[in-house]
Ligand binder design. Sequence first.
Ligand SMILES: Cc1cc2nc3c(=O)[nH]c(=O)nc-3n(C[C@H](O)[C@H](O)[C@H](O)COP(=O)(O)OP(=O)(O)OC[C@H]3O[C@@H](n4cnc5c(N)ncnc54)[C@H](O)[C@@H]3O)c2cc1C
Length: 377
Amino acid sequence: MRVVVVGSGVVGAACAYAATRMGADVLLADAGLPGQATAAGAGIVCPWTSRPADDPVWYDFACASARYYPGLIDDLTQAGETDVGYRQVGALLLAQSRPQQEQVHRQLEDRRAAAPEAGDVAALSGAQARDLFPPLRADWPAVWVSGACRVDGRRLAAALTRAAAAKGAVITTAPARLVCDGGRATGVTLKGQLVEADAVVAAAGAWTTQFLEPAGVTVPVAPQRGQIVHLSVAPAGTSRWPVVLPVMGGHYLLAFEESRVVAGATRETGSGFDYRVTAAGLAEVLGQALAVAPGLATARHLETRVGFRPVSPDGRPLLGPVPGVAGLVVATGLGATGLTMGPLAGTVAARVALGEPPGTDLAPFDPLRAAPPDLEP
Ligand SMILES: Cc1cc2nc3c(=O)[nH]c(=O)nc-3n(C[C@H](O)[C@H](O)[C@H](O)COP(=O)(O)OP(=O)(O)OC[C@H]3O[C@@H](n4cnc5c(N)ncnc54)[C@H](O)[C@@H]3O)c2cc1C
C-alpha cells in the first residue's frame, strides 16, 4: 500500500514512521515553509495542567498522548535513534499566594488520581522552587508535578524522519499539490510529477486548508503566530531544570542542554502567515519571563523563533478520514499542544490511512465538523 504524507512536522514525521513500521510504502514530502510550528515549539508535555483540560474529549486524548511518549521513545532508541530531545524533568506551577497554591495542589491531586503518569505532586516553598530553577523569584510558592516532560520538536521530528527513512520511506523537500479524481484522493504532484497513492495524509499544519483546496473541502485550521525567545545562562548546567508554568497567564519557561533557557511565548490569533519577530512580541515574552525569573536579566539572547500553531475553532484535533473524499486523511489542529499530541495523532492517522482500527474514537475529531458553540474560543 502506498501512502503519501504531506508535512514533516511532528505529526507528519510520526505518521510516516508509524506507516512504514506497519508495512506501507511511504513518501514524506515537506515544502520547507518558514514558520513550521514543530521547529519553534517550546516542547512542554504536561497536559494535566493545560488550560483546555476542561474539555474532557481534549483532555483524554492529551493524556493518552503523554502516555504514548515513553513507548515511542523506547522504540526509537531501539531503532538506534538516541538524539530524540525528550526528558522527564518535572514542572513547577508557580502560584502568587498560599491559597492559590493550595487550590492548584488540590486540583492536581484530583487529576493525578485518574492520570498516574502525572507522577508525584507536592507543595514547595518559593525557595525550594528556586533551588530547582535558580533564576526564579523566591517569593512565589509552587506545586511540583514530577511527570512533566520536555521535548525538542526539531530533534524528535528529525529522529522520526530518519527512522522512517531507515525502514524505506522516501523523504522529499518540495511543495505537494493534492490530486483528486471522482471523490477520491489519488495522489499528489511533486516537482511537476504525479505521485500516485492509495492514501494521502494531510499533516500540513496551519497550511492544511490550502493543501486541501483541490478536494473541495474546508478544514477549519488557522495559523496562530508564536514568538519564543531562547537565552543562554552559560555556564549553568540546565539539562535537568524543570518546566516553569506560572498559574496566572499563559507564559512559561523551560530549559534544555547547553545552558539554554526558553521563554515563551506569544499567542497571536489572527496573525496570518506573517513570519516576523516583532517589538511587541519580544517585549511581551521577555517582560513576562523577567517578572517570574529576574535572574534571567543577565542571560544572553541566542535567538527568537517564530512558528504558526495550527489551531482549530474548538481546540480539539482535526483528525481522521475526510467524509466524501476516499483515501484522504487529515491530521492537524493540535494548536498549542501539538508537540504533546503529535506523536499519537500521527500514529492514529497512519492507522486510518492503512485501514486499521484507529484506537481512539474519531467522531469528536471529524475534520469537517462545525465547532460546538459552547466550545468556541
Ligand atoms: C511558540 C510555540 C510554542 C509551542 N509550545 C508547545 C509546547 O510547549 N508543547 C506542545 O505540546 N506544543 C507546543 N506548540 C505547538 C506545536 O509546536 C504544534 O502544535 C505542532 O508542532 C504542530 O505540528 P504539525 O506537524 O501539525 O505542523 P508543523 O510543525 O507546522 O508542520 C507542518 C509542515 O507542513 C509543511 N507543508 C505545508 N504545506 C505543504 C505542502 N503543500 N506540501 C508539503 N509540505 C507542506 C510545512 O512546510 C511544515 O513543515 C508550540 C508552538 C509554538 C509555535
